[in-house]
Design a protein around this ligand. Structure first.
Ligand SMILES: Cc1cc2nc3c(=O)[nH]c(=O)nc-3n(C[C@H](O)[C@H](O)[C@H](O)COP(=O)(O)OP(=O)(O)OC[C@H]3O[C@@H](n4cnc5c(N)ncnc54)[C@H](O)[C@@H]3O)c2cc1C
Length: 354
């Protein structure tokens, strides 16, 4: 009998190299899947062997335990971008899950397809975008996704899910923190326009020199977004540890009126807010963190708040997941103590907790 466990251990690989945080211990087995069939097959095989399976795209929204993942990690590397529909004003584009997201945005901008331009510079794979309904600068993928191709681990079947079944919300969907679905491909409907939709984000409108609600050429929007993001350490740069992060570590808390008023009373000033349904407001987590005493550059053991963005917790090159989570817990505790507000992590925590 071959010693399977020894064979698997030989294949153990630290997952740190597959994450933007550069943190995380080995998986018991690491599989690279380059087609949708291979993805589904790898998940089936892991299941048949009684192994938990971790689906990993670009590793830009995961925090993996230092001891690693006790199961099979499946790297999604299936590629392909295909126009599958076209009408008077739009194209429908089918993108395989492993296709690097920013390359898809580049393709769309060059082709004059409108709808993804504000999402320039976000790391990770296309299959990762529906998981938390990726969003930036007033645009989110839920606006353009028309269907998501999935492998259903519960039934072992393949299906196309329409947007209503994806239950997209603020940094969430039916897929986030769920072990049921593996995304194999995503379809987007993009307008053949050459110009962006109305610019909804004040900072972006200022950068473009247009009034809020105006439109701009796609290439100009992409360039402006990339410049804004780079200034915040939100575009990956191997030479800059401020980008060794998961982007924003905490989501902006959504508060009812009384809780928002309590924050204003404590701080003596109002935080930046955005209206939410039911009279609630989304409050800037970065503002709360700063007012609770945690400034840019605030550091722990080999980890620190980015020097460019209060919401990004970074590995300075010699950090550990334990130290990162310790820093996150300190920040969360400080904000709770000062404002009575609970912050929630945006990334998926793998075999570790906060
Ligand atoms: C510098 C930086 C800036 C960022 N800026 C933004 C931003 O502006 N807006 C934003 O929304 N996010 C942002 N992010 C977060 C992240 O890039 C996105 O959430 C991205 O879509 C994650 O994709 P990924 O392929 O890296 O997913 P991973 O990190 O590999 O996985 C994240 C989660 O999704 C699951 N998953 C991944 N692929 C699949 C699949 N095919 N099927 C099923 N489950 C899957 C994983 O199991 C895991 O639970 C940023 C991150 C960084 C590092």
């Amino acid at each position: 009998m071959p010693d399977l466990s020894a064979d698997r251990l030989r294949q153990a690989a630290p997952l740190a190299g597959y994450t933007t945080l550069r943190l995380g211990g080995p998986a018991r087995l690491l599989v690279t899947a380059t087609t949708a069939d291979e993805v589904a097959q790898s998940v089936r095989e892991a299941r048949a062997g009684g192994e938990p399976a971790l689906v990993l795209g670009g590793g830009s929204n995961v925090v993996i335990a230092d001891r690693g993942f006790a199961g099979t990690a499946i790297l999604i590397r299936s590629t392909g971008v295909r126009v599958v529909g076209r009408d008077g004003e739009a194209v429908t584009v089918r993108v395989e899950a492993g296709e690097p997201w920013d390359e898809v945005v580049t393709t769309a901008v060059h082709a004059g397809w409108s709808g993804l331009e504000c999402l320039s510079g976000i790391p990770g794979t296309t299959g990762g975008t529906p998981i938390q309904n990726v969003a930036a600068y007033g645009q989110e993928v839920a606006e353009t996704i028309t269907a998501v191709r999935v492998f259903d681990r519960l039934t072992g079947e393949l299906a196309w899910l329409p947007p209503a079944r994806c239950r997209f919300g603020y940094r969430t969907s039916v897929f986030k923190r769920s072990d049921r679905w593996v995304v194999l491909a995503v379809e987007f409907r993009l307008r053949r326009h050459g110009w962006s939709g109305p610019v909804r984000y004040p900072e972006l409108a200022r950068a473009l020199g247009v009034p809020l609600g105006a439109t701009a050429p796609l290439a100009e929007v992409r360039a402006a977004v990339l410049a804004l993001r780079a200034g915040k350490g939100m575009v990956l740069d191997p030479a800059d540890p401020d980008t060794y992060s998961v982007g924003s570590f905490f989501t902006n808390p959504v508060l009812d009126r009384a809780a928002a008023a309590a924050v204003r009373r404590v701080a003596g000033a109002g935080p930046p807010t955005w209206p939410e349904p039911g009279g609630r407001v989304k409050v800037s987590a970065a503002w709360l963190i700063e007012r609770a005493g945690f400034h840019k550059g605030y550091s722990g053991q080999g980890v620190a708040i980015s020097s460019k963005h209060t919401l990004a917790l970074t590995n300075r090159g010699n950090g550990t997941t334990a130290a990162l989570l310790e820093l996150a817990a300190e920040i969360r505790g400080g904000v709770r103590a000062r404002f009575g507000v609970s912050l929630h992590p945006e990334p998926v925590l793998v075999d570790c907790t906060l």
